[in-house]
Design a protein around this ligand. Structure first.
Ligand SMILES: C[S@@+](CC[C@H](N)C(=O)[O-])C[C@H]1O[C@@H](n2cnc3c(N)ncnc32)[C@H](O)[C@@H]1O
Length: 251
């Protein structure tokens, strides 16, 4: 039943269970002379939360968050940090990871090697229209737009701070547009090449819509996450430390 819940909700429930267990244990030991300190309790909470995350099928990055969240809070609490900083850090993370809860797509960026290999898949001679669905900080687009001046590039990004970073980085690059718009709410027929680096969550919806909504002859290049059913035309191994794979689909 837990596995049917969204990862964010699952992680929250797991923390409630882990905090209750650790807090209960602390109350049980209350009259001991040397009860465990805050950091020890936080580390125990982290280990329990990460183990429960593993059992309930959370992905690796959630496990890392589960493991480290309370220990880092406990460590931070041991320094005299102005509480306003917590709020600032929270707001920045939220404005960057706006889509982590609803769309289940957090922010992580394509590496330089991936962008190089991606560039090799593009047509060096003919004009084409390229879109990055969820462009983050436009790291991919800025490089490609400079390398392919005969092509046009567009990035869709809804996380406010990432959008702002992408917009600033795109200034002065004439063949690059950054739009604060969900890629779900755009016509998909106008692009020849669509790049995405999202998460497993939206891939089946992309697959369902792409069949009718991509231009005939369009290419979808998905970093790391394959479509659940369609067989890729090609899989390219980037050869980086992350062992990135690009799944290339033709329509
Ligand atoms: C993993 S990051 C990839 C960033 C960039 N494409 C890259 O490869 O460096 C995914 C981005 O997609 C954005 N995103 C998720 N769903 C979106 C949507 N429906 N419309 C626009 N952006 C979206 C997220 O905010 C996040 O910045």
């Amino acid at each position: 039943m837990l596995k049917a819940l969204r990862p964010s909700l699952r992680a929250l429930l797991i923390h409630l269970v882990a905090v209750t267990l650790v807090f209960g244990y602390r109350v049980y030991l209350a009259d001991q002379q040397q009860p465990p300190g805050l950091l020890a309790l936080a580390v125990s909470e982290g280990v329990i939360a990460a183990s429960l995350g593993l059992l309930t099928g959370l992905r690796a990055w959630w496990l890392a968050i589960n493991l480290l969240f309370f220990p880092l809070l406990a460590l931070a609490a041991s320094y005299a940090i102005n509480p306003l900083w917590y709020l600032v850090v929270f707001v920045v993370i939220w404005l960057l990871n706006w889509n982590a809860f609803g769309e289940q797509v957090p922010l992580y960026l394509s590496g330089n090697k991936t962008i190089e290999v991606l560039a090799r898949q593009l047509d060096a001679d003919k004009p084409f229209a390229f879109a990055d669905f969820g462009c983050g900080w436009a790291s991919v687009l800025v490089k490609l737009a400079k390398q392919f001046p005969h092509a046009h590039f567009v990035g869709y990004e809804t996380a406010p701070l990432s959008y702002l970073v992408a917009k600033v980085r795109s200034a002065g690059i004439n063949n690059l547009d950054i739009k604060r718009q969900s890629f779900w709410q755009t016509p998909w027929k106008q692009h020849d090449v669509i790049y995405c680096f999202l998460s497993p969550a939206p891939m089946s919806d992309i697959e369902a819509r792409a069949e009718n909504d991509f231009k005939p002859g369009a290419t979808l290049i998905s970093n790391s996450f394959s479509l659940p059913n369609k067989v890729p035309h090609r899989i390219v191994n980037v050869g980086d430390l992350r062992k990135t794979q690009l799944f290339i689909y033709r329509y």
